[in-house]
Design a protein around this ligand. Structure first.
Ligand code: FE2
Length: 419
C-alpha cells in the first residue's frame, strides 16, 4: 500500500471520529482546526488555512490557520462571480503562482505574501462552502498528482463538515424559531381564552369572576390528581371556557334575580351544547376542551344534561369542571341566596358524591384544600378565591378528613395529610 494511501486512511478514520464529535459536542471549530492539522501533517505542508464562504456575504471567514503570519490577514473579498467560478473550477486545485487562481485576483497579493501556493475550493451541491489555502511542502518538493488527490479528498471531507455544521445550525435556528412561535401562539391563545372568560362573566352580573375561579379550581384538582403540567393547563382553560355557551343565552334569563321557571331553565340548559358548538371549530392546544364544556352539567347517575351520560361515559376533565363549577356556585352569593358555609358545602359534597360528583375528583379536591389549610402550600389559592375569613383551619380540617375517610376508608395517607 502506498504510504500516502495509508496516511489517508488513518486521517479519514480520525476525521470520521471528529465528525461524530461534532454531532455529539457541537465543537465545530475544534473539528476544523484538527482537520487542518491532519491535512498539513499528512503531507508535511508548512502552512495553511480553512476559510468559510458564508452564503450571503462577499468575504471569506477564517475558521483555522496554521503557520500563517497575522500581519497579512487571511480573510478576502469574494464576490458572487468569483464564487461561481471557484465552484466550476475543473481541476479543483488552483495554483497561486501560475495564476490559476486568477478569478480570485482580489486576494492574490495577500495569498502570495502568505506564501500560499494552492487554493482548493470546497463545494457541496453546487454551492461554495469554503476554501482551503495551503503553503508548500516542508521538503520544498513540488506537489505530486498523488499529493493533490489526497488534498482534494481531505478537503472534500472538511467541506462536508462545514456543510453539515451549517445545516445543523439552520435546523437549530428553525427549531428555536418554531419553539418561540409555539410559545407566542400559546400565550395568544391563553389571552384570548381569558378575554372570552371575561366576556362570559360580564354577561352574568351576579357571578363576576366565576369562569376564572372555575378555571383555577379545575387546575388545582388536576394537579392534585397528579396530572402533567400540560394537562393541568388544559384543565384551567376548560374551566375558563366551560360556560362560553351562555353567550347565546338571553341576558335576562342569566341575570334573573329569582329562581327561573321551567321554560327559562330549558333555555339556560342549552348553554353546554352551545358551548360545544362554539369551541369545536377552534384548534385548541389542549385535548377535549369542547367536550368538557359540553358535559360539565352531566352527573354520574345519568340525571344530568344535555345527554344524560353516566359515570364512565363522562370525560374525567368534565367531572373536574363539574365539581369546580358547583363548589364556586355554593361558595359565592347569588341574587336569590347567600353563599353556604363551609360545613354546608361539606354536607352537599357528602350527599352528592357518587351521584353527581366523582369520588376520585372530590378526594383530590379535599386533599388539595387540606394541604393549604395545613400550610403545605406556599400560595393560598383557596383563600384568595374564598376570602380570608371563609375557611378556618381548626374548624374545617376535621370536616375534610372525615369526608376523605368516608370516601376511602382505607386511605391511611389522609390522616398523615390531615395531621
Ligand atoms: Fe354551566
Amino acid at each position: 500500500m502506498e504510504p500516502n494511501t495509508q496516511k489517508l486512511i488513518h486521517s479519514f478514520g480520525a476525521l470520521a471520529d471528529l465528525g461524530q464529535e461534532i454531532a455529539d459536542s457541537g465543537d465545530f471549530m475544534e473539528m476544523v482546526r484538527t482537520s487542518l492539522h491532519l491535512l498539513l501533517g499528512t503531507l508535511a505542508i508548512r502552512r495553511g488555512a480553512v476559510l468559510e464562504v458564508p452564503a450571503h456575504l462577499e468575504r471569506t471567514n477564517c475558521l483555522a490557520t496554521w503557520g500563517l503570519s497575522p500581519d497579512y490577514g487571511v480573510d478576502y473579498l469574494i464576490d458572487a462571480d468569483t464564487k461561481e467560478a471557484l465552484v466550476n473550477s475543473i481541476e479543483g486545485v488552483l495554483k497561486v503562482d501560475n495564476d490559476d487562481a486568477g478569478h480570485f485576483d482580489h486576494a492574490l497579493q495577500g495569498l502570495r505574501a502568505q506564501q500560499i501556493e494552492l487554493i482548493i475550493p470546497m463545494a457541496v451541491h453546487g454551492k461554495l462552502t469554503g476554501l482551503v489555502a495551503l503553503g508548500g511542502k516542508a521538503s520544498d518538493e513540488p506537489f505530486t498528482p498523488d499529493d493533490l488527490e489526497v488534498v482534494q479528498a481531505m478537503v472534500r471531507h472538511i467541506g462536508v463538515g462545514i456543510h453539515t455544521h451549517r445545516l445543523l445550525a439552520e435546523v437549530k435556528q428553525q427549531a428555536e424559531d418554531n419553539r418561540r412561535l409555539y410559545f407566542d401562539l400559546r400565550a395568544i391563545y391563553r389571552d384570548t381564552v381569558r378575554a372570552f372568560a371575561a366576556a362570559i362573566d360580564i354577561k352574568d352580573k351576579y357571578t363576576q369572576g366565576h369562569s376564572e375561579r372555575v378555571g383555577k379550581y379545575s387546575e388545582i384538582i388536576a394537579r392534585e390528581m397528579g396530572w402533567g403540567e400540560e394537562e393541568v393547563e388544559g384543565m384551567a382553560i376548560a374551566g375558563y371556557l366551560h360556560d362560553v355557551g351562555k353567550l347565546v343565552v338571553e341576558r335576562d334569563i342569566i341575570n334573573a334575580p329569582y329562581k327561573i321557571d321551567a321554560k327559562q331553565s330549558s333555555e339556560l340548559n342549552r348553554h353546554p351544547g352551545a358551548g360545544f358548538d362554539i369551541l369545536s371549530p377552534i384548534h385548541h392546544p389542549y385535548a377535549d376542551i369542547p367536550l368538557m364544556a359540553k358535559y360539565h352539567h352531566e352527573r354520574m347517575d345519568g340525571r344530568g344534561y344535555p345527554d344524560g351520560l353516566t359515570d364512565l361515559q363522562i370525560p374525567i376533565g368534565a367531572k373536574i369542571v363539574t365539581l369546580a363549577d358547583s363548589f364556586d356556585a355554593m361558595t359565592t352569593d347569588r341574587p336569590y341566596k347567600t353563599r353556604r358555609t363551609f360545613a354546608e358545602v361539606i354536607v352537599d359534597l357528602r350527599q352528592n358524591t357518587g351521584s353527581q360528583f366523582d369520588p376520585v375528583v372530590v378526594q383530590a379536591f379535599c386533599r388539595a384544600l387540606l394541604k393549604e389549610l395545613n400550610g403545605e402550600m406556599t400560595e393560598r389559592k383557596f383563600r384568595k378565591m374564598l376570602g380570608k375569613d371563609y375557611l378556618d383551619a381548626e374548624r374545617d380540617k376535621p370536616l375534610i378528613v372525615e369526608l376523605l375517610l368516608e370516601l376511602d376508608p382505607g386511605m391511611q395517607s389522609v390522616t398523615a395529610v390531615g395531621s
